[in-house]
Ligand binder design. Structure first.
Ligand SMILES: *[C@@H]1O[C@H](CO)[C@@H](O)[C@H](O)[C@H]1NC(C)=O
Ligand SMILES: *[C@@H]1O[C@H](CO)[C@@H](O)[C@H](O)[C@H]1NC(C)=O
Ligand SMILES: *[C@@H]1O[C@H](CO)[C@@H](O)[C@H](O)[C@H]1NC(C)=O
Ligand SMILES: *[C@@H]1O[C@H](CO)[C@@H](O)[C@H](O)[C@H]1NC(C)=O
Ligand SMILES: *[C@@H]1O[C@H](CO)[C@@H](O)[C@H](O)[C@H]1NC(C)=O
Length: 394
């Protein structure tokens, strides 16, 4: 069904890669049921008719699909379990129709999800369009899914992650990955390098691959995903520096790389983002628990949208730049467990409206490596907290 091509091979290997951990042998349905052999269940008959309602059928391929033709197990393309009567197979593939005159057109009704015992679904070689109903994710017995060579437009693939029995999947030529906007495969036991296929998903706004076993460097070409607003790769085993090209991520709002073996400095990235016009949108910069080195560049103070800054437990050092005081949106800088030196003065807090007063800022607790803390004219009216009294200044 798939047209062999390098591109489709890449797409398939991507999907197989991601579904790999889930591919299991489908269990035979052991349902006991008192329905007559070969007599379909009325709820499934109605679901099939609902599906038919949504399609144009110029060649009358579905002429046997009628309410008065009660035994839906004998309908064209429908196969039932001969003991339970449940529909287990729906095959409307028109591969043999070289003239393409019998193809079905239209959308796929979510009613298909009522065929709960479906194991085999082949709708390939038609002109189905629109979205693939996410309800298909409820077909937990499905082990063969072929939707290839249709005209679907795909915005999300979430339903696939529920199809835990899937052994065969062909979405080639329907999945124009260039339109996929969100891919969340967090905590799905993905191993190895970041899959190359992701580079083609150039409309992605959200990419979450956190809490997996990804290894190797962060590929430079990820920067081709110029629409990215949220990139979450935290809690993997990625190593090497933040790619230089990341400085061009001008739409990026959230970057999570914490808990990886990321090394190198953040200066090039920060300077790159600073050059975004009219200004940087970066709100969350989470790179704690990494092997970053170097110092915090003064230019960090130019990232005006920054709300959350996590650089705890890295190998960074040097003085914390006063420009931090210009970050008026900053809510919670966690810079603990680094070898900072130098002084913190009121300049550091000049515009940190969200950070200071009227209560004592609890984030001060993180600054236990600092020698001098100056807290003047910053509008605190609060009891001196116990933790401050037991503060050990070096
Ligand atoms: C029922 O189906 C099984 C397996 O699909 C097949 O081997 C068997 O011959 C069928 N029985 C009848 C009565 O059709
Ligand atoms: C699909 O599964 C979800 C969650 O398991 C459930 O809430 C929903 O009702 C199911 N939908 C159908 C059509 O079975
Ligand atoms: C994928 O979709 C984009 C945007 O809709 C379009 O420009 C591109 O030609 C499509 N690619 C394929 C292979 O259909
Ligand atoms: C990524 O972008 C570069 C430069 O714009 C381009 O040469 C390359 O072909 C792109 N890679 C992919 C996989 O689209
Ligand atoms: C980082 O690298 C060290 C040494 O190779 C390894 O022991 C550690 O598990 C790695 N940490 C992560 C989060 O991958």
């Amino acid at each position: 069904m798939a047209i062999p091509s390098i591109q489709s091979a890449i797409l398939l290997s991507f999907l197989v890669l991601f579904l790999g951990p889930y591919l299991q042998t489908a269990k035979l349905c052991s349902c006991s049921d008192d329905h007559k052999v070969g007599n379909c269940h009325s709820i499934e008959r109605l679901a099939l008719l609902d599906f038919k309602k949504g399609v144009e059928d110029p060649s009358n391929m579905l002429s046997s699909w009628r309410l008065d033709n009660e035994d839906c197990c004998k309908w064209h393309g429908v196969g039932c379990n001969n003991v339970t009567g449940y529909v287990k197979e729906l095959d409307l593939n028109t591969i043999k129709d070289l003239e393409q005159t019998t193809r079905l057109r239209g959308g796929i009704s979510p009613a298909l999800a009522q065929l709960k015992h479906l194991k085999y679904l082949d709708l390939s070689e038609n002109y189905f369009e629109g979205r693939i109903p996410q309800q298909l994710g409820n077909l937990s017995h499905l082990h063969h899914l072929d939707l290839s060579n249709n005209r679907f437009s795909i915005q999300e693939l979430q339903f696939l992650y529920h199809l835990t029995s899937l052994e065969y999947l062909d979405l080639v030529a329907i999945l124009n990955f260039t339109t996929l906007q969100s891919l969340d495969l967090s905590a799905t036991e993905i191993q190895g390098p970041i899959p190359k296929a992701i580079e083609q998903m150039t409309s992605l706004k959200t990419l979450r691959l956190g809490v997996n076993d990804l290894t190797g460097p962060i590929p430079d070409v990820l920067a081709n995903l110029t629409s990215l607003q949220c990139l979450d790769l935290e809690h993997n085993h990625l190593e090497g520096p933040i790619p230089l090209s990341f400085g061009a991520f001008c739409k990026l709002k959230e970057l999570y790389l914490s808990r990886n073996n990321i090394s190198g400095e953040i200066t090039e990235f920060v300077n790159g983002i600073y050059l975004c016009r009219p200004n940087s949108l970066l709100e969350i910069f989470n790179l704690g628990h990494t092997k970053l080195t170097g110092y915090i560049p003064y230019s960090l103070g130019n990232l005006k949208s920054l709300r959350i800054l996590h650089l705890q437990e890295t190998s960074m050092n040097g003085a914390i730049p006063k420009s931090l005081g210009q970050l008026s949106e900053l809510e919670f800088p966690d810079l603990s467990l680094n070898a900072w030196d130098g002084e913190l003065t009121e300049d550091h807090f000049a515009n940190l409206a969200n950070l200071i007063g009227p209560l004592f800022p609890s984030w001060l607790r993180n600054l236990n490596q600092l020698g001098i803390i100056v807290l003047e004219n910053i509008g605190i009216s609060d009891k001196i907290p116990n933790w401050l009294a037991s503060f050990h200044l070096n």
